[in-house]
Design a protein around this ligand. Sequence first.
Ligand SMILES: Nc1ncnc2c1ncn2[C@@H]1O[C@H](COP(=O)(O)OP(=O)(O)O)[C@@H](O)[C@H]1O
Ligand SMILES: [Mg+2]
Length: 290
Amino acid sequence: MNDPRERPAHPGAEDGRPSGHDGPAAEDGRHVPGGRSGPAGDAPEGLPGDLRPVGSGEPLVVVEGVTRVYRTGPKEVVALRDVSFEAYPGELVTIRGRSGSGKTTLLNQIGGLDRPDGGRVVVAGRTVTELPEAGLLELRRDVVGYVFQAFGLIPVLSAAENVGVPMRLARTPVPERERRVAMLLSMVGLEKHANQRPYELSGGQQQRVAVARALANRPRLLIADEPTGQLDSQTGRQIMLLLRAVVRSEGVTALVATHDPALLTLSDRTLELRDGALVPAEPQPAGVTA
Ligand SMILES: Nc1ncnc2c1ncn2[C@@H]1O[C@H](COP(=O)(O)OP(=O)(O)O)[C@@H](O)[C@H]1O
Ligand SMILES: [Mg+2]
C-alpha cells in the first residue's frame, strides 16, 4: 500500500471509453516532452520513472509553525494551528481531513493566496509569507499551478485556449505557446478535444484541461484542492492517476487535498488535518503529534 511504484501502464486507460484514444498519449507519463530531467533532478539517466527515488533532495515546500485565525466579528476560528511539514520534488502528498479541518486554508497559505497569522512558508526557495504583492503574483504565475474542485475553466474559451491562458499572462511567444498547449493536451489525452468548449466536455475531461492548464508555465508545485470532489469515483481515480503520472514525469511536487479515502492509496504520503492541526495519518508511536 502507498507504494509509489504501483501504477498502471496508462494513467488514462481506465476511462471506460471505447476509443482508447482519450488516455494520456505519453505512455506511463514518462516520455513527456518539455518535462524536467527527473523528479529529484538527480535521478540517473535512463532509469524508468517508477524506479526513480521519490522525495529526495532538498524540500521544495517548507511549512513551519503556520497558524491562521479567521476573525469574523467577535468570533474567532482557528483554521490552522502550528502546522509544520515539508514536501519534496517528485512527491505527491495528499492532505486529508473532514470538511472544515483546514485543508483549503493550508493550501492557500502555501500557494500565496492568503497570509498566515504566524509561521513561515517557503516554496522553491521563496519565503512566501514575506513576499510583497508583486512577488506573490509571480509565484502564482510561474511557480505554482492550481487545480480546483470546480475546474474553473473559462466557458467561452476552447480547451486549447484555456490551457494557453497562463502562457498568455506570462507573455510566452505564440509558437512556443501553441507547441506546449498541444503537448499538454496530448499528455492529458485530449488532443482530439482541443477546440471544444468546457460545456462540450465531461467533468473528467474538464478537469484534465484544468490539469493541463495548471502545468502550462512549468510550475514546480501543483496544488489541487479536492480535484476529484465533483467527479464520480472512477473518474476521480483517473484524475488522481493523471496527477501522479504528471508528478513523476514533470518532477513537480503535488499537494492534493481530498477526503476520498480511495485516493489516498495513490499518494506517496498522507498528512491528516484535524481541527486545523496535523495529526499522525497512520498509527505511530504514542506521543508523536504535530
Ligand atoms: N474566509 C473565512 N472566514 C471565516 N472562516 C473561515 C473562512 N474560510 C474558512 N473558514 C473556517 O476555517 C475552518 C477551515 O476551513 P477550510 O480551510 O475551508 O477547511 P476544509 O478545506 O478542510 O474544508 C472552518 O472552520 C471554516 O469555517
Ligand atoms: Mg476545502
